[in-house]
Design a protein around this ligand. Structure first.
Ligand code: NAP
Length: 249
């Protein structure tokens, strides 16, 4: 069955791969990111492959922007019943160097963003008595040097997921989290730059620590999101799936 899906942070990386995958699964997709113009490549990839998508510019941490975006999506694409809360940023620093802005901005995009998007979309899901929410957590939720803000946000995503699963289950809405390990995207490129390491070297170093012997790619995460969003996954809710090439990281 064709549903309307919203993927946040879908201009690139994991979000773009997830948007393409959900479109390939037969859904119409709202490709949402900070800057609408940046969503063009993802939308073109979907439409070129015969799918249907629109670009939507919105800051997920801005309540007004979120309600406007979700209303526009409902009007232009149809009632949104699938939501992937993927938008994210990093502001890594050791605790003693971490500024209040580093802390607030990371917590705001991940947690406030997922809260605002989920609150806006659940009204539509409840009206249809069907829905899927997938939240992007991270192996960093288990602790990662230099990421006190990000780890707190990603652990928070897990508690948020489990609570929504309890609250929304009676409306046939499942809520699950994916906790990726090391995935090759601009985000991990930025980490390599901060550490002063070449990206290829950084990827190779990380791959050595991963049981399956390779780094992850956005499509690895998109495949897990596709499962959680499927009709067949209706009895799977409140789960955190580590997609990390091994048990944790
Ligand atoms: P990415 O390549 O940096 O892409 C993130 C996207 O989110 C960007 O397009 C960014 O837009 C957008 N975004 C940032 N703030 C936003 C906001 N306030 N409102 C709307 N969109 C916003 O990141 P990624 O590696 O694909 O990561 C995607 C998700 O997976 C994130 O939640 C991340 O924490 C999580 N994750 C990633 C990894 C990994 O190894 N890459 C591992 C674990 C978890 P701009 O370009 O305009 O900033």
């Amino acid at each position: 069955m064709t549903r309307t899906a919203i993927v946040t942070g879908a201009a690139r990386g994991i979000g773009a791969a997830t948007a393409r995958r959900l479109a390939a699964d037969g859904h119409t997709v709202a490709v949402l990111d900070l800057d609408e113009a940046q969503c063009g490549d993802t939308v073109a990839a979907i439409t070129d492959a015969g799918g249907r998508a629109i670009a939507v510019g919105a800051d997920v941490a801005d309540a007004e922007a979120v309600s406007g975006a979700v209303a526009r999506i409902a009007a232009e694409l149809g009632t949104p019943t699938i939501l992937v809360n993927n938008a994210g940023i990093i502001r890594d620093n050791l605790l003693f160097r971490m500024t209040e802005d580093d802390w607030d901005s990371v917590l705001s995009v991940h947690l406030r963003g997922a809260f605002l998007m989920s609150r806006a979309v659940q009204a539509h899901q409840v009206s249809q008595n069907w829905g899927r929410i997938v939240n992007l957590s991270s192996t960093s939720a288990l602790g990662n040097r230099g990421q006190a803000n990000y780890a707190a946000a990603k652990a928070g995503m897990q508690g948020f997921t489990k609570t929504l699963a309890i609250e929304l289950g009676r409306y046939n809405v499942t809520v699950n989290a994916i906790a990726p390990g090391f995935i090759v995207t601009d985000m991990t490129k930025a980490t390599a730059e901060r550490l002063g390491v070449g990206f290829d070297e950084f990827v190779a170093f990380n791959a050595e620590q991963i049981p399956v012997g390779r780094a992850g790619h956005p499509d690895d995460i998109a495949a897990a999101a596709s499962f959680f969003c499927s009709e067949a996954a209706g009895f799977v809710s409140g789960q955190v799936l580590y997609v990390a090439g091994g048990p944790r990281a």
